[in-house]
Design a protein around this ligand. Structure first.
Ligand code: 3PG
Length: 401
């Protein structure tokens, strides 16, 4: 059988870079969305008779073996989803990897241990990264890049390996890029962007870029408090990035000048402490301009949730990245739930980007099919929308031309 961009793959060893970076509670996978999204490419290759060697990372281990970040539970889940045995190598390019790959029959699948147990994977030194990429490439005849969530990383298993093997873009990466392109090239209007998550500093590039493109920008999550402080409000014990106050003032001014509606919540759900296991939350609702000094904001309030739902009602294109509050705790989940609910009713293209917001819609019990597209990439989708070059994509295109 053949695979688009590679031709005949039957009997060949195909190295697939997937993004299997899923949230774990001990060894229990709490959201397997990224594994499920990776299945179609792996299955297509196996069905075509390839010997599939999957490489992926989990978390950010420090370049050496660390059992807490083992991909073993992920490999087991992949096997369940594929409905076939998946072999697991206890190292990435060592004795175990070589043996497991040599033992694969046509149509079989193996997963290599966490690629970030090797310092070469994330090294900033081209030679060190290249040396590790040589070892990875040595395990296979061709490479399929399918880990959309990591295409913004110039890392050995994403970037350098593509320079060393015949390669192709996997179906997941192709589909993700296609949707994001629709958000940037002539989006249908009104175009509404909802940004949440804890830090403004993670979203600077995307706010910068979207201020000129979106019609409305709705802000939620921990970011809210730096904006409120920039407007001169007291934010109590809420998350505050002092060094971003000027930036937030600048965004508020630019939004005003560009005629972009930048919405901040008018009310906030607060508590006196950040939720923790042994404490029962004691949520209260206050106006955004009156956060008590002993409290911190943990979700947007009910009025804000209604405002945001209304702002989304007539949208034809929506991009949402980042939860509105600490949605993992029921007492602070209502804002995120309201935004998700509003998105399901939009008549147009709705894109949920980012590991956290994607996990949020699933853990809050929404039907994934109610959203146009749930991206597997957090940082990657943001960098795409910032207009940045994604090394893991460029490396595939450059050589194809
Ligand atoms: C993600 O979780 O966004 C991707 O898997 C990339 O992980 P990283 O930010 O640790 O590179």
């Amino acid at each position: 059988g053949s695979y688009a961009g590679l031709g005949e793959v039957g009997g060949k060893r195909i190295l697939v870079r997937s993004d299997l970076n899923v949230p774990l509670d001990g060894t229990t996978i709490t959201d397997d969305g990224r594994i499920r999204a990776s299945v179609p490419t792996i299955k297509a290759l196996a069905d075509a008779g390839a010997r599939v060697v999957v490489t992926a990372h989990l978390g950010r281990p420090k370049g050496e073996l660390d059992p807490a970040y083992s991909l073993a539970p992920v490999a087991a889940r992949l096997g369940e989803l594929l409905g076939q045995d998946v072999a697991f190598a206890t190292d990435t390019v060592g004795e175990s990897a070589r043996q497991v790959v040599a033992g694969l029959a046509d149509g079989q699948v193996a997963v290599l241990e966490n690629v970030r147990f090797n310092a070469g994977e994330t090294s900033k030194d081209d030679a060190e990264r290249g040396a590790f990429a040589d070892q990875l490439a040595g395990l296979a005849d061709a490479f399929v890049s399918d880990g959309f969530g990591v295409v913004h990383r110039k890392q050995a298993s994403v970037y350098d390996v593509a320079q060393r093997l015949p390669h192709a873009m996997g179906g997941l990466v192709a589909a993700e890029v296609d949707v994001l392109r629709r958000l940037t090239v002539d989006p249908e209007r009104p175009y509404v962007v909802v940004l949440g998550g804890s830090k403004v500093s993670d979203k600077l590039g995307v706010i910068d870029n979207l201020l000129g493109k979106a019609d409305k920008l709705l802000v939620g999550g921990g970011m809210v408090f730096t904006f409120l402080a920039a407007q001169g409000h007291e934010v109590g014990k809420s998350l505050l990035e002092e060094d971003q106050l000027d930036t937030c003032r600048d965004y508020l001014r630019r939004a005003h000048e560009a005629g972009v509606e930048l919405l901040l919540p008018t009310d906030i759900v607060v508590d006196t402490e950040f939720p923790s296991g042994d404490r029962t939350p004691a949520p209260g609702v206050v106006p955004a301009s009156e956060i008590p000094s002993d409290s911190l904001g943990l979700d947007i309030g009910p009025d804000a949730a209604a405002d945001y739902a209304k702002a989304l009602a007539d949208a034809r294109t929506v991009f949402w990245n980042g939860p509105m509050g600490v949605f993992e705790v029921d007492a602070f989940a209502a804002g995120t739930r309201a935004v998700a609910e509003a998105l399901t009713k939009v008549d147009g293209l709705t894109v949920v980007g980012g590991g956290d917001s994607a996990a949020a819609v699933r853990t809050l019990g929404f039907d994934e099919a109610a959203f146009g597209h749930i991206s597997t990439g957090g940082g990657a989708s943001l960098e795409y929308l910032e207009g940045k070059e994604l090394p893991g994509i460029t490396v595939l295109l450059d050589e194809e031309e």
